[in-house]
Design a protein around this ligand. Structure first.
Ligand code: BGC
Length: 516
């Protein structure tokens, strides 16, 4: 999520302004962009475990899944086209977020949101009406383009609209709306799967039109951000807008800083080359490693494929979808814990605790699946206690993610980039995230087939690595104003060697959020 969670001017200045009803409603509407992203994450797993859907589009998978003689639970879903269906969206999102960054900068955030909403709408329609695999994948690519546009513009919009004191909470608010989207999708899948005639999957996929319509209409009625208006030359309009959203007349200081930020960012000719300078090595490293690690927690194995996974380890179809609903609820509730605790306990404490919690659960799940199926994957009757234990551990794992790597994977990068590299660094962060989301989605079913229960140990290994990395390499950023963020690197045993020891970064950073 670009540039949210950043207290502009905090520390040495206080901009007047309130959390006005106007800005609250505006931000709630804009945050619906997260809802759509979440809906997409949640819907595909449930749909790909529905028999009528499989029978129509992936008959080979359907036969394998239901064959009397199919003995290998781990491999029943292994299919290239089935994975392509899920993962094509993320590749499309990766590509379009690059294009969207130019549109967002030149024509404003609202236009990108509008494009996002419209592409979603068409993608959902095509998917709901799909007659063949090609239609399915084309629809999904359009949804992916929509996500690229929305994820580029919505968080930026939120961070520019929010008063700085509430920017952190709003940042995780976007993640919260992602988790609500996932949950809604899981609940709908559960009910739509029961529809007689087997066409419920059409409602699941076509249902994405509802959040798409909300964001499309929202983008038409939402006001422009002052930052975007300044960037496009309308300073008078921007000042009037700032007064309106802050609910006070005295906005000069913030306004002047926004103008200064815009001028500074325009002076940087090549933000990409800038980013490669030695002094930005800590930020560049974090912009790559944090999203990489976030995806290698293995969370999307659960988010995309929970019903498929539960089905693979012996749950009946209905119980699989229900279990996905349960993990969805845990995801939402645990994200709220993070909103509550992130500025109290700090980022490192959440990262470390979440890491240990995820690790224990991954090992426990691996052991229980191994005990049940061994390496042959032969199914048997599933005792109730066993099912409960597996779901319980998966829930504790999801909770660990939802208050650590979930929100912090977006929050921490956004608060450590100084103004002059924020645009480029944030693009790196988003692209790396989408790339590894794509990769995990693409290889998961094959990995489950070949690595069996070892898949959970594979991700557990990465959780160990990332937890050690956070412990040794990530300084605490809680309560540190962005202008002073460079001091965390200067006092770090390793990163200090890359950072210059003069203090000119303070001047550079004081303008506020740069337009990405
Ligand atoms: C991640 C997504 C994930 C979601 C789960 C987000 O922070 O970027 O990949 O599916 O959290 O809640």
């Amino acid at each position: 999520m670009p540039a949210a969670g950043i207290p502009i001017g905090a520390g040495n200045k206080e901009y007047p302004g309130n959390l006005t009803p106007f800005v609250t409603i505006t931000c709630v509407v804009a945050a619906m962009g997260g809802l759509i992203f979440g809906y997409d994450i949640g819907i595909s797993g449930g749909v790909t475990s529905m028999n009528p859907f499989l029978e129509k589009f992936f008959p080979a998978v359907y036969r394998k899944k239901n064959a009397q003689h199919s003995k290998n639970q781990y491999c029943q879903y292994d299919s290239e086209t089935l994975t392509l269906f899920t993962s094509s969206l993320y590749l499309a999102a990766l590509l379009s977020s690059v294009v969207a960054s130019t549109i967002t900068r030149r024509f404003g955030r609202k236009l990108s949101m509008l494009f996002g909403g419209l592409l979603f709408l068409v993608g959902a329609l095509i998917n709901g009406l799909a007659q063949n695999v090609a239609m399915l994948i084309v629809g999904r690519i359009l949804l992916g383009f929509g996500i690229g546009f929305a994820n580029q513009s919505v968080p930026l919009y939120l961070s520019e609209m929010a008063p700085y004191k509430y920017r952190g909470a709003l940042n995780i608010g976007f993640q919260l709306s992602i988790t609500i989207g996932i949950l809604v999708a899981n609940i709908l899948n559960y009910f739509f799967a029961k529809i007689k005639g087997g066409w419920g999957w059409r409602l699941s996929l076509g249902g994405a039109m509802v959040p798409a319509l909300i964001i499309t209409i929202g983008s038409l009625i939402l006001p422009d951000t002052p930052n975007s208006m300044i960037e496009r030359g309308d300073r008078d309009g921007a000042k009037a807008q700032l007064k309106r959203i802050r609910g006070v007349e005295d906005v000069d200081e913030e306004f002047n800083d926004l103008v200064a930020a815009s001028e500074t960012s325009m002076q940087v000719e090549n933000p990409w080359r800038n980013l490669l300078q030695r002094k930005y090595r800590p930020q560049l490293t974090m912009a790559v490693l944090i999203p990489f690690f976030q995806q290698f927690t293995g969370i999307n194995v659960i988010m995309f494929y929970a019903p498929v996974l539960f089905n693979s380890i012996g749950f009946k179809d209905d119980a699989s979808l229900m279990s996905a609903v349960i993990t969805g609820v845990v995801n939402v509730v645990a994200t709220c814990v993070s909103i509550y605790g992130v500025d109290k306990w700090g980022r490192r404490a959440l990262f470390l605790e979440g890491g240990v919690q995820m690790l224990i659960c991954q090992v426990a799940v691996a052991v229980s699946i191994a005990a049940k199926f061994g390496t042959s994957g032969e199914p048997g009757d599933l005792p109730k206690w066993y099912a409960i234990v597996v779901v319980l551990f998966i829930c504790i794992y999801v909770a660990g993610f939802a208050w650590s790597w979930g929100p912090l994977g977006w929050l921490v990068p956004s608060e450590i980039f100084p103004l002059e590299i924020r645009s480029a660094a944030q693009s790196v962060n988003v692209s790396v995230n989408m790339l590894f989301t794509f990769l995990v989605a693409q290889i998961f079913l094959t990995m489950l087939c070949h690595m069996k229960f070892g898949l959970f140990l594979f991700f557990a290994f990465f959780v160990v690595v990332m937890t050690i990395y956070i412990y040794t390499m990530l300084p605490e950023t809680k309560g540190i104003p962005i202008e002073e963020m460079d001091r965390v690197w200067k006092s770090h045993p390793y990163w200090s060697r890359f950072v210059e020891h003069d203090d000119n970064g303070v001047e550079m950073a004081k303008g506020g959020v740069k337009n990405v």
